[in-house]
Every structure is written in C-alpha cells, then in structure tokens.
Write a protein that binds this ligand. Sequence first.
Ligand code: 5GP
Length: 205
Amino acid sequence: MKNGRLIVISGFSGAGKGTVVKKVVEKYGYSLSISATTRAPREGEVDGKDYHFKTVEDFKNLIDYNGFVEWTQYVENYYGTPRKFLEDEIDAGRDVILEIEVKGAMNIRAQYPDAVLIFITTRNVDILRDRLSNRGSESEEIIDKRIKRACEEAKFMGEYDFVVVNDDVDECVDTVNSIIISQKCRKEENEKLIEEIQKDFEAKA
Ligand code: 5GP
C-alpha cells in the first residue's frame, strides 16, 4: 500500500485558513492532525478536537521524548505536531492535513520532501485588515500586530508549492481539494502504477 501524503496549509491569521481547513476535512474526508499547544483554549474550543491543550511542562516533556515531528514558539505559546498520529496515518495510507505556521511548514518540508505546501491568502492587505476588523473581537492594536506578522509570513509565500487566494470560502475549499488530487496524479507519484499498466498492455494488447 502507498503511504499517505502530508498536506501543509498555512496562511495569514484572518485569511480564513481555519474555516477552509475545517470544510476541506468535512467535505473530502482527509485526516487532520490535531496540534498540541500551551495556549489557553478560546471560547468554544474543545480539548482533543481543536488542540491538545498542554501545560508548558508537559509540552517540554513531549519535546524531550521526541513526541513532535515539529514544534515552534509562536507569539508566547508553544505549538507542535504530535509524531505518533502523523506516522500512524501515513503508514495506514491516509493523507493528513496539517494547519501550521510558516516555520513549521519549512520544517515539515525538510523532513518530508514530498509534502504538498499550500498557502492561503487574501488578495491584498486591505482585505485582510477588513476581515480582521469585521470579526469585531480584536482591538486595533492586536489587528496591527497580526498585520505585521502577516507581513513577515508573506516573505515565505514563495517557498510554498501552491498559493490560493481566498475570495470565496467554498471555491477555496474545492481548489485546495483539486490541488491535492492533481498532486496525487503526478507521474512522479505513480511510477509503479504506470509500469503496471504498461506491462499489462504489453502482455495483453
Ligand atoms: P492559533 O493560536 O491562532 O490557533 O494558532 C496560531 C498559529 O499557530 C497559526 O498560524 C497556526 O496555524 C499555528 N499552529 C497551530 N498548530 C501548530 C503546530 O503544531 N505547529 C506549528 N508550527 N504551528 C502551528
């Protein structure tokens, strides 16, 4: 059986990446890696579903025991991708989506060169600012901080395999799925299958 594939999705806070990931998983049935974090749960977030919420001590223990494929400090919290789930899913031939920030994405690329990296963005900074303002939950100061961070993250966009502009969530969801499917159909991914089909033709045609 073929191993599963890693699909890394990054994007600016406010670009709608979380919603897109959720919908892609629901609609197309991909497996989703649940990260561990030391940040406090936001309202409505459920342990084990949105994140595995950890104390700093537990998180550091997991680092020591090689429990993460990658981890990073983002703002003042730790975030990491649990190793066991990821490896089990890949071994079972299931494709796994990771919603992680740019440094984590680069780390995954170094370890899994055939991971597909997708960056979700707004068309420009004004749209991002409007979306952040429309959430109504953040102060101008926080919005400015997020925009500054987005500016830093934008520098990594060229490292991704695909960039998707999120003008419309449902369209974006279908585009992400199409990217994953196209990637899986690449000839480089299917050398064995090509060989089998060619042999079959040679034998029977
Ligand atoms: P938030 O606190 O808003 O849920 O997440 C903050 C940032 O951390 C987001 O960009 C999110 O994609 C990223 N993130 C979440 N989990 C992980 C992880 O396991 N590893 C890395 N490197 N980034 C993560």
